[in-house]
Ligand binder design. Structure first.
Ligand SMILES: Cc1cc2nc3c(=O)[nH]c(=O)nc-3n(C[C@H](O)[C@H](O)[C@H](O)COP(=O)(O)OP(=O)(O)OC[C@H]3O[C@@H](n4cnc5c(N)ncnc54)[C@H](O)[C@@H]3O)c2cc1C
Length: 419
């Protein structure tokens, strides 16, 4: 018995998947058909957006479900629930890429048409910078989604379909990519919100009017940071899962921290010319080391209690998310360059250069702030951290404003995102 709020399409679904405890203990999945006595749908919610879907509470009052409707095994419902969530989180991120592209299409067409001060909005530098920012964010998000899907496909392809445990092994593979799924969800939903917000802004007052499609994108986008686990909860899952795996010995986090500490004495390879794409590989590798270093600083200070220090967990998640984002963009640009040459890949290359350079500079500041929080006013301890951070990651500013121009131009020529 009970009530579950906010069930998508609950009002018209013929079949509903319900997770409940048997004898108050064994968490189990059930397939429940519409019309089952004791199961009913509550009143339709009036929502901010996604008006095309139904959202209702599902109410269970002495509902009887036949034993053959148990989904999977009794007491193993969490395996199904978590894996549905994992793939669902990636799918949400991928859907956000579609949303970003749609907003870019509507916005680019609008800024080419609308004239202010005697010229199209598209001719203004600020508008061009905004368009480039939206393209860059979309490109990075798309690269992450392809990467997750490709990696999972490749992993599943190694399994033997005739194996009696094939399905179980597929579930295990999906579970292996739980961190990436959360990363895709958080990054995709925030990218979509960023692009929708800038889309409205570039429309000016018209962006606030229902008649213009960007208004609906702005409202519809907002739910993505809330459902499939809020972004706060997903941010906690990312380092939480990583630390759990490290504790079980599945990944050698402590060994990696030790290697970085040893390397600190010798110094790290730094590229003198950070303008080329290939040299961004080193920058991203160093950013990865910085993420491990700051995680090590926090773990060393708080040990097992780190999971209760939410601010540090969230900061660790942000490092991990950004490293995955930068690396995905970079790997894709390098692959495109290999496949189709530099000229045809120039937008992907420019987007990657801007993103990696600016994000690395941000991570540097974030790392110092993070360590200042850990040091808690101990100047000597902070000075040690700061010295290490500066040794690990050295970012040389490059002209990222000019790099944005061809990105914007390309979107204007193609009436939207066309990387
Ligand atoms: C339109 C819509 C459709 C939905 N569809 C479905 C569906 O089909 N099936 C389904 O099962 N659910 C569905 N949901 C539910 C949705 O997944 C939850 O609303 C969401 O996970 C957040 O839970 P909550 O609403 O209880 O918020 P709360 O858990 O109360 O969270 C409120 C705030 O507190 C934060 N918070 C919560 N716990 C912690 C913590 N431990 N530490 C730090 N911060 C915390 C959250 O991040 C959030 O910012 C839907 C919701 C909506 C609005």
């Amino acid at each position: 018995n009970g009530e579950k709020m906010f069930i998508t399409n609950g009002a018209w679904a013929d079949v509903i998947t319900i997770f409940a405890k048997i004898d108050g203990e064994q968490f189990t999945g059930f397939i429940v058909e519409k019309g089952t006595p004791g199961m009913s749908a509550g009143k339709e919610e009036k929502k901010m957006g996604i008006h095309g879907s139904s959202t209702v509470p599902i109410i269970l009052q002495d509902a009887k479900v036949p034993v053959e409707n148990v989904l999977g095994e009794i007491g193993k419902g969490h395996k199904i629930a978590f894996n549905v969530l994992n793939v669902g989180r990636w799918k949400l991120g991928a859907a956000c890429v579609g949303g970003c592209k749609q907003v870019l299409g509507h916005t680019v067409r609008y800024v080419k048409e609308r004239k202010q001060f005697g010229q199209p909005l598209a001719d203004f530098e600020i508008i061009q910078q905004k368009i480039a920012d939206c393209v860059i964010r979309t490109y990075v998000t798309e690269s992450m989604m392809y990467r997750y899907a490709g990696a999972l496909d490749d992993a599943i392809a190694t399994l033997e379909k005739s194996d009696a445990d094939y399905d179980k092994k597929v579930l295990q593979m999906i579970e292996e990519y739980a961190i990436e799924a959360s990363i895709c969800k958080v990054y995709g939903s925030e990218a979509m919100d960023f692009v929708a917000d800038e889309g409205v802004q570039m429309h000016g007052g018209y962006g606030y009017i229902e008649e213009y499609p960007v208004e609906a994108f702005y409202r519809n986008s907002r739910i993505n940071r809330i459902f499939e686990g809020t972004n706060e909860i997903n941010r906690m899952i990312i380092p939480g899962t990583l630390l759990k795996r490290a504790m079980k010995g599945e990944i050698d986090l402590m060994g990696e921290i030790q290697r970085i500490l040893a390397q600190l004495k010798e110094g790290f390879p730094q590229e003198s010319d950070q303008r080329t794409l290939v040299n961004r590989i080193n920058l991203v590798n160093q950013a990865k080391k910085l993420a491990v270093y700051v995680s090590g600083v926090a773990v060393q200070k708080y040990m097992a209690d780190i999971k209760d220090r939410q601010s540090f967990m969230v900061a660790m998640a942000d490092f991990i998310i950004e490293v995955y984002a930068m690396e995905s963009a970079l790997l894709r640009a390098l692959q495109l360059m290999k496949q189709q040459g530099e000229e045809k890949s120039r937008i992907a290359i420019a987007a990657t250069k801007v993103y990696v350079t600016e994000k690395c500079a941000e991570l540097l500041t974030m790392a110092k702030q993070f360590c200042a929080n850990v040091a808690k006013g101990d100047n000597e301890a902070y000075a040690k951290y700061e010295k290490a951070i500066d040794r690990i990651l050295e970012v040389k500013p490059i002209d990222t404003l000019d790099l944005r121009m061809p990105i914007a131009q390309h979107a204007l020529e193609h009436d939207g995102y066309a990387v």
